[in-house]
Design a protein around this ligand. Structure first.
Ligand code: G16
Length: 522
């Protein structure tokens, strides 16, 4: 099944899927008369896995109907492949004489080179033209597709063009930070031994001395995502191995294809503090809201989260910031579409995957303020800051590099330390676990994955367990990237969150066909 972010499994069994996704991307390109992207990556999954993400014309994730076609094509027997293709061509009324263009990118996994070759062969089999970007981050490929299809309006469809656009906007933003010391300009970065590390190295020369990055887990010897990277740090709630964490210093981690980022620091007593996607969404939306007020712009803004959002973050956004909060199913493809319904949509999953979307009408209003002779200095300054914020953001998809530049600029402009940012609100203690079951599809959910419809009795069991703890909440859902069921729990203390997560895991194991050993207490 085309899951949360495409197909993912052990790289050894993916050849035919890659070839077929090359075919499908070519059909999608003929249908849309636009360039389509195919990214070969398994992002946060272990090195042995691989996967593929399809990118639609504006740089967004491929549309759900075509996810269905992807699943059909992936599952067709070899002898039925031609028929499956003809079926899509007929249903979508595709003109096969239409030209097709496909952009292909890949991460640093050892299997990615040959798998991306299979994609390219799929493209040429249907007469499509390709551009192979080679090693790029997932968000860079999304960006290239959007630039190409907007004929350069969004930017130049080259990696160099991407660095120039983002870094120039970052440097303009940072000029508004008075008294920023060299210490404050320093950031320790864990590159997850992946593509993000390579690309940050490439980008560094564009940053001048405005951001000084100490890069760890740069792929020179460690294993991809192994005990490092954004997913490890978020789920384990501890620093990655391979990064020297000095008390009080700001650090961040990318994931394996650099579309997620989380921040953290360790205090003088050695306690680890995580600033995840929820804290990032809060920082960015606060900054934008303040600028909108200064610019005198009244626009409709929302923050989009998933069930994993910490209860404290949602409360802070709704009650203190008075901003609209929406909750969707996991997967940026869901968050992105809800965010598009607002003038400004800030969307972030707790795991650090997210970005900001701004409508054309907001961009126009900002431009008018900049151009107007009647705008006072404060309004003009706010409008310019908003414009550079727009330019530093990769609006096509969550992007660790772009998010990092925006966060660094915001902290510098606000003169805020990582500790002050962390203190905006206090996270409820939480725990995430995985349970292995025979078939994770037995779990069906509703209400943005916050309640389980099946198997029978599971939701009642979760409700009864949650009642035992204070400020508690828990839900389960089948992962769309790994063969596991995910369990999330939060409560007033870490002990309670851990106990609740374990008890809910046991309920999943017993009611949803757990395999292997029963989950043990933490
Ligand atoms: C992908 C998606 C994310 C999602 C994550 C986990 O991330 O892009 O939106 O949160 O998978 O999904 P699941 O819980 O269904 O396994 P990535 O960074 O691995 O591509």
């Amino acid at each position: 099944q085309y899951g949360t972010a495409g197909f993912r499994t052990n790289a050894k069994v993916l050849d035919h899927i890659m070839f077929r996704m090359g075919l499908l991307a070519t059909l999608r390109s003929k249908k849309t008369k636009a360039t389509i992207g195919v990214m070969v990556t398994a992002s946060h999954n272990p090195e042995e896995d691989n996967g593929v993400k399809l990118v639609d014309p504006m740089g967004e994730m491929v549309t759900p109907t075509w996810e269905g076609y992807a699943t059909q094509l992936a599952n067709a027997e070899d002898d039925d492949l031609l028929m499956a293709l003809k079926d899509i061509i007929a249903k979508e009324e595709i003109n096969m004489s239409q030209e097709a263009h496909v952009f292909v990118g890949r991460d640093t996994r050892s299997s990615s080179a040959s798998l991306s070759q299979a994609v390219l062969e799929g493209v040429s089999s249907l007469g499509g033209l390709n551009k192979d970007y080679g090693l790029v981050t997932t968000p860079q490929l999304h960006y290239m597709v959007c630039c190409q299809n907007t004929r350069g309006k969004y930017g130049e469809a080259t990696v160099e063009g991407y660095y120039k656009k983002l870094c120039q906007a970052f440097i303009k933003l940072i000029k508004n930070a008075s008294n920023c010391t060299d210490d404050q300009k320093h950031l320790s970065l864990d590159g997850a031994n992946g593509i993000g590390a390579l690309k940050v190295r490439e980008m560094e020369s564009h940053l001048g001395k405005e951001l000084q990055i100490s890069l760890y887990n740069d792929g020179s010897n460690g294993k991809l995502n192994y005990q490092c990277g954004a997913d490890f740090v978020k789920v384990q709630q501890k620093p990655p191995t391979g990064l020297e964490i000095k008390p009080g210093e700001r650090c961040c981690s990318f994931d394996g294809d650099a579309d997620r980022i989380v921040y953290y620091y360790s205090d003088s007593e050695g306690k680890f503090h995580l600033l995840d996607g929820d804290k990032i969404a809060t920082l960015i939306s606060t900054f934008i809201k303040e600028l909108l007020t200064q610019a005198g712009l009244n626009v409709n803004m929302a923050v989009v989260q998933t069930a994993y959002a910490n209860g404290s973050s949602t409360r802070y956004l709704e009650e203190t910031m008075k901003v609209t909060v929406k909750c969707t199913k996991t997967g940026v493809k869901h968050l992105h579409h809800v965010a598009q319904e607002f003038d400004i949509g800030v969307y972030f999953e707790a795991n650090g995957h997210g970005t900001v979307l701004l409508s054309k009408s907001v961009e126009d209003k900002i431009q008018q303020l900049i151009d107007s002779p009647n705008s006072d200095d404060e309004k003009k300054r706010a409008a310019l800051l908003l414009q550079n914020t727009i330019n530093v953001v990769n609006q096509t998809v969550g992007d660790a590099i772009s998010d990092m530049l925006l966060i660094e600029a915001i902290l510098a402009i606000k003169g805020m330390t990582v500790q002050q940012w962390d203190a905006i609100y206090t996270d409820l203690p939480n725990r995430q676990l995985k349970v292995k079951v025979a078939d994770r599809r037995v779990i069906d959910t509703t209400d943005a994955e916050r309640r389980a419809l099946s198997p029978a009795g599971l939701q009642d069991a979760i409700d009864a367990l949650v009642k035992k703890y204070s400020l508690a909440r828990s839900f389960v859902r089948p992962s769309g990237t790994e063969d596991v069921v995910r369990v999330y729990a939060e409560a007033d203390t870490q002990e309670s969150a851990d106990a609740l997560a374990h008890e809910v895991s046991l309920a999943v194991y017993r009611l949803a066909g757990g395999v292997g050993d029963e989950p043990k207490p933490l």
